[in-house]
Design a protein around this ligand. Structure first.
Ligand SMILES: [Fe+2]
Ligand SMILES: [Fe+2]
Length: 197
């Protein structure tokens, strides 16, 4: 095993709650499994999975302050629903605190909360792994999403975004416009696959 992975695990174990650390390890292994299935780099997948929630232990207000301090621009949507911001600040931490140089790893961390149109394979892998990892038991439609994750990544992302948006709308929560853009993009792929358009 690469030293970097062990060092990161030790660092994160000291920072994250036991539940969040367990989730982190679980996501990193599902990332490697999906990387095996879809022919992506296993090391990058494990690294991105390990670091995807590296800023999650910080409160929303704390993250906003840290972003301001580092000159990280925030969108109006991110200020309205700062829960997604741990992805943006986590990507910054991965690059500047943990020394990650690979753009594809940094971007996979960056987009793991909202998704975005035209995600790279690694961005898709982390987005999906975060939703399906085996410790999860509350997300909507988990068994169906899990069954599709290893068959069709784009269809899986469509379902995750659909379930997540339905859940947020049902709770009258604000939805980041990037999630809506991502949903529109993957819904179009879904319709084309079904021959609807
Ligand atoms: Fe997260
Ligand atoms: Fe996560």
């Amino acid at each position: 095993m690469k030293e970097v992975i062990l060092d990161l695990r030790n660092e994160l174990r000291g920072k994250l709650s036991p539940q969040r650390y367990e989730h982190t390890i679980s996501v990193s292994f599902i990332c490697t499994a999906l990387a095996m299935r879809y022919g992506s780099d296993l090391y990058h997948a494990e690294l991105a999975g390990l670091l995807h929630d590296c800023a999650k232990h910080l409160g929303d207000g704390e993250i906003i302050k840290k972003c301001q301090k580092q000159g990280i621009q925030l969108t109006d949507d991110e200020r309205k629903a700062p829960a997604v911001l741990h992805a943006k600040y986590g990507a910054w931490l991965a690059q500047y605190k943990y020394g990650i140089e690979e753009d594809e790893v940094i971007n996979a961390i960056r987009w793991h909360t909202t998704g975005r149109p035209e995600m790279s394979i690694l961005e898709k892998i982390v987005f999906v792994a975060d939703y399906i990892e085996p410790r999860r038991d509350k997300a909507a439609g988990l068994s169906v999403v899990r069954s599709i994750a290893f068959k069709d990544l784009d269809e899986c992302i469509y379902l995750i975004l659909k379930n997540t948006l339905d859940y947020l709308k049902g709770k009258n929560c604000f939805v980041d416009s990037m999630s809506l853009e991502a949903y529109a993009y993957y819904e179009q792929i879904h319709k084309e696959m079904k021959g609807e358009q």
